[in-house]
Ligand binder design. Structure first.
Ligand code: AHG
Ligand code: MN
Ligand code: MN
Ligand code: MN
Length: 345
C-alpha cells in the first residue's frame, strides 16, 4: 500500500538535511554548519522576543564599520552567530555586518566553510517589537588561498578577504530566519527553496513551505519612498507608473514597507511583487550590503523563480571588491523587476 503519512511523520530541518545528504545534494559537513546556524537562530528568536524585559533594547554604545550605531542585540546576535559557527568545527572564515574584517576560526577540524551573515537585520525595529531577521550565506573556501599557510598577519588578512569576496553565483547555500509573528527559517542549497516554521513546543524547525516559488507577478511594492527625490529619473517614472491606476485596470499597486529586508523580502517571496533599495544622490550604491544581504537573498529568489537585480545586472554576477560594499537591490517577481529594468535602460 502507498506509504500513508501519519500526522506524527513530521519533517524537521534536521531530517530534511539528512535526507538531502542521503540524496547526495549536500555533504554532511555542510549539514553540520546549517544545523549550527539553526541553533543560533533559535537563540536569537528567544532574545528578540524578550528584549524588552531583559534589558536588551536600545543602543550598545558603539558604532560598526558601516558607521551605524549598534543596537545591543546587533552585538549579542553577532556573538551568538560567531559562537555557533565556531562550535560547528566546520567553519574556516566568517564575515559579519558587525565585524570590521573577516575572522578566521581556529577551531576548524574539517569542512572549512566560509560563512557570511547579517546577524540581526532590521535591528532598528527591535525596540518597537516589529519584525527582524538574520541572513546567511555559505561558500566553499576559495582554492587560490589555502587557509593553512598563514604565518604573517598581512597575508592572513588578504586571504581572509579573498575567501569571503566571492560572487553570489558561488554560494553553496543561503537563507534567512524571520523573527515575526512566527519564526520561519527559509533555506536553499541550490535545489529549490524550503521554509521551516519553528515549533517551540518541540524546539524544532518544522517543514511548512516545501519548494517555495515566487508568484510570476504581484501587486505590492516595498521601497522607502522617503528617498524618492534622490532617485534617478527612470526610477521615479517607474514608481509613478505603479501608482497610475488607469494603467493597471483601475487598481494601482499597494505599498508595504516595514524597514526590515527579511520581513519585506519574505512577504515578497510569498505574495509576489518587488522590494527595492535604490541608489540615490546621497548614497549612489544604496544602503544594502552585497555580501550578506543582497547576494544570499538573490540566490533564494532565483531558486524560487524570481529575479535579483542591481538595476543594471544580476546581483549574483557581481564580484565583491570589499567585504562591506553596497549595491542597489531590486528583487522579487520577474514581471515587476524586469518592468523596472526597462526604465533604467
Ligand atoms: P540592518 O538592520 O541589518 O542594518 O539592515 C537594515 C536594512 C534592511 O533591513 C532594511 O530593509 C533597510 O535597512 C531599511 O533602510 P531604511 O530605514 O533606510 O529604509
Ligand atoms: Mn545594521
Ligand atoms: Mn541588514
Ligand atoms: Mn544587521
Amino acid at each position: 500500500p502507498a506509504q500513508t503519512k501519519s500526522e506524527y511523520d513530521l519533517v524537521t530541518l534536521t531530517s530534511f538535511l539528512l535526507k538531502e545528504q542521503a540524496k547526495g545534494t549536500m555533504d554532511g559537513e555542510l549539514a553540520i554548519v546549517l544545523s549550527s546556524i539553526a541553533v543560533a537562530c533559535k537563540q536569537i528568536a528567544s532574545l528578540v522576543t524578550r528584549a524588552g524585559i531583559s534589558n536588551l533594547t536600545g543602543l550598545a554604545g558603539a558604532a560598526n564599520i558601516q558607521g551605524e550605531d549598534q543596537k545591543k542585540l546587533d552585538v549579542v546576535s553577532n556573538e551568538v552567530f560567531c559562537n555557533a559557527l565556531r562550535a560547528s568545527g566546520r567553519t574556516g572564515i566568517i564575515a559579519s555586518e558587525e565585524e570590521d574584517l573577516p575572522v578566521s576560526v581556529e577551531e576548524t577540524y574539517s569542512g572549512n566553510y566560509v560563512v557570511v551573515f547579517d546577524p540581526l537585520d532590521g535591528s532598528s525595529n527591535i525596540d518597537a517589537g516589529i519584525s527582524t531577521g538574520s541572513i546567511f550565506g555559505i561558500y566553499a573556501p576559495s582554492e587560490e588561498c589555502a587557509i593553512e599557510d598563514m604565518d604573517d598577519p598581512e597575508k592572513m588578512m588578504q586571504n581572509c578577504v579573498l575567501n569571503v569576496c566571492q560572487p553570489g553565483s558561488s554560494l553553496l547555500a543561503s537563507g534567512y530566519c524571520l523573527y515575526s509573528s512566527s519564526t520561519v527559517l527559509v533555506l536553499t542549497i541550490g535545489h529549490g527553496v524550503f521554509g521551516f516554521t519553528y515549533d517551540s513546543q518541540i524546539g524544532e524547525f518544522v517543514l511548512s513551505h516545501p519548494d517555495l516559488k515566487v508568484p510570476e507577478e504581484g501587486k505590492i511594492y516595498a521601497f522607502n519612498e522617503g528617498n524618492y527625490e534622490g532617485w534617478e529619473t527612470g526610477l521615479r517614472d517607474y514608481m509613478d507608473s505603479l501608482k497610475n491606476a488607469s494603467k493597471w485596470g483601475g487598481k494601482p499597486y499597494s505599498a508595504r514597507y516595514i524597514g526590515s529586508l527579511v520581513g519585506d523580502f519574505h512577504r515578497t517571496l510569498l505574495y509576489g511583487g518587488i522590494y527595492g533599495y535604490p541608489g540615490d544622490t546621497r548614497n549612489p550604491n544604496g544602503k544594502l550590503r552585497l555580501l550578506y544581504e543582497c547576494a544570499p537573498m538573490s540566490m533564494i529568489i532565483e531558486q524560487a523563480g524570481g529575479v535579483g537585480s542591481t538595476g543594471r545586472g544580476r546581483v549574483l554576477d557581481v564580484m565583491p571588491e570589499k567585504v562591506h560594499q553596497r549595491v542597489p537591490l531590486f528583487i522579487g517577481s520577474k514581471k515587476e523587476v524586469e518592468y523596472l529594468e526597462s526604465f533604467l535602460k
